[in-house]
Design a protein around this ligand. Structure first.
Ligand SMILES: [Zn+2]
Length: 216
């Protein structure tokens, strides 16, 4: 019997968990957009000159056209975190693909392009999800590290975590649209300082060119 700790890496095979090239790091935000938190996040990202990758929830795009346009105009990448924030594991292909398509349509309605990348809510994956995502020409993405920023934490503790996880080819998972998001935004300058200190290059995630021929 295979121990659980070995099954998770097997399941994640084929999912992007790291930046493609040495020397690169990416900062990603799930669960937006949110009119209460996203503008503050955008402001700090702009001050720090960080271009991030936003895995947005399709449903939450409704009514947030101007906000999403601001996100895109600032140079951040918009990708899919599901149309609704529910687990996409053990769901059939039409559910998964409908979820990704609907999110793309929501962004198209705003005149925006969705980068063909999908990160499942809660990181919940099963054996079939990878194929259901890639058969659409969409890149399945997870992360290399997180700091449990959705939990309430002392600012000092969160800062310490965010600084200590930085590593080469990191894809850092953070969240927007949570009550803890203000704390995350406050600590971003320290994260950025650590990244700069290590001479790492911040990139936004992009689907590889060979995946660009999407089957919508
Ligand atoms: Zn999420």
């Amino acid at each position: 019997m295979m121990p659980l700790s070995q099954i998770a890496p097997l399941l994640a095979r084929g999912w992007q968990t790291h930046c493609p090239n040495p020397g690169e790091v990416a900062v990603t935000f799930d669960d937006g957009p949110d009119p209460a938190t996203t503008p503050k996040l955008l402001k700090v990202l702009d001050q720090l000159e960080i271009k991030a990758t936003m895995f947005v929830i399709g449903q939450k795009c409704r009514g947030n056209k101007e906000l999403l346009k601001e996100v895109a105009a600032a140079g951040h990448t918009l990708a899919c975190h599901g149309y609704s924030h529910e687990r996409h594991w053990f769901r059939d292909a039409s559910f998964v693909q409908g979820s990704i398509r609907q999110t793309m349509y929501m962004l198209q309605d705003c005149g925006l392009r969705m980068e063909p990348m999908f990160r499942p809510p809660f990181g919940a994956i099963d054996w079939k999800l990878h194929k259901r995502v890639t058969s659409l020409g969409v890149v399945p993405v997870l992360w290399s590290t997180h700091v449990a920023d959705w939990k309430l934490q002392e600012p000092d503790a969160l800062r310490q975590r965010m600084v200590s996880v930085v590593h080469d080819r990191m894809i850092l998972l953070l969240h927007d649209g949570h009550e803890t998001s203000g704390n995350v935004v406050q600590q971003l300058p320290y994260l950025n300082y650590e990244i700069q200190k290590r001479n790492l290059k911040l990139i936004t995630l992009k689907a590889k060119s060979e995946s660009a021929t999407t089957v919508w």
